[in-house]
Design a protein around this ligand. Sequence first.
Ligand SMILES: Nc1ncnc2c1ncn2[C@@H]1O[C@H](COP(=O)(O)OP(=O)(O)OP(=O)(O)O)[C@@H](O)[C@H]1O
Ligand SMILES: [Mg+2]
Length: 305
Amino acid sequence: MDIPRAWEQALQQDLRGVLMVIGAPDAGKSTFAQYLFRRLCLNGLRTAYLDGDPGQSRLGPPTTITTALNPENQTGFPPTGQWRRWFVGATSPRGHMLSLVVGTARLAEAARRMGAVCVVHDTCGLVDPSSGGLALKLAKIDLLRPAVVFAIQADGELAPLLAPLRRSRRVRLVELPASPARRPRDMSDRQAYRRDRFASYFAPARLLEIDWTRRAVLPRPFFQPHQLVALEDRRGFTRGLGLVHSFDIPARQVTLLTPLDSLSGIETLHLGDLLVDPQTFRDSPLHFPPMDSSRPSLRPNTSGK
Ligand SMILES: Nc1ncnc2c1ncn2[C@@H]1O[C@H](COP(=O)(O)OP(=O)(O)OP(=O)(O)O)[C@@H](O)[C@H]1O
Ligand SMILES: [Mg+2]
């Protein structure tokens, strides 16, 4: 791994609180964030990693964001201690920004409650203002109040974001060069990465039958085969993911393929906007609203009578 001198220098300061890493796709955000995390752990600071990228997730399966700490005296990555997870419901932040922002804030709070004095927050690569990237990053900065924002760029691609941040002095900004050793990944590399993450996540999965009338269903009980579903506790944190295997409308039962072995503590089924094929683990977005599987009598009458 190449460690540019500026990366090394950026760590020669007292770092505490939320440390947010931003940059365009492939800038080296996750590489720098992991380097920062390991260095803070080695310095004996109780540090959480907050993986805020629901697409190329490092800690959890795609569609989720996760915070985790190491057990005392451990410094490795990925951290293997306490964790909390939030379901964004899609692999892209577009159309899911509220969930991403709320989840990130909830996870930062959870990390502090778990004892973290530093929270290294790796972010997604959405920075383009015309796609909402500027609004997303500013919203997170205002909500999380990071102690430092580390901005990694190669060629001025963060200018629309950094220009107002430098002038507003709203946050301490540390600008870092991207490493010449970084390697861009195309769409098929990214999809292959997600497929591998889903495949290993669902490897121990088995079928679990759920009576959906005994739990909240978000946004409503309209299930589709292969639809991704989060199983959430009463605080809204995700304990596990499932894939819709089948559903029985008269019995109000849905059968999920999930690695969770128990429904204890699960209060909510949260349906995502993604289909994942349980054979190939390729994902595809859910583009059209599913049919109402719980109330077939309410389907529009197309018979003309
Ligand atoms: N300093 C570095 N030394 C060696 N390899 C690097 C370095 N920085 C990045 N890379 C490589 O470049 C690729 C992209 O890096 P990384 O995943 O950290 O970028 P990212 O900004 O997090 O990307 P994404 O937008 O997908 O989240 C990876 O294969 C990584 O190993
Ligand atoms: Mg990354």
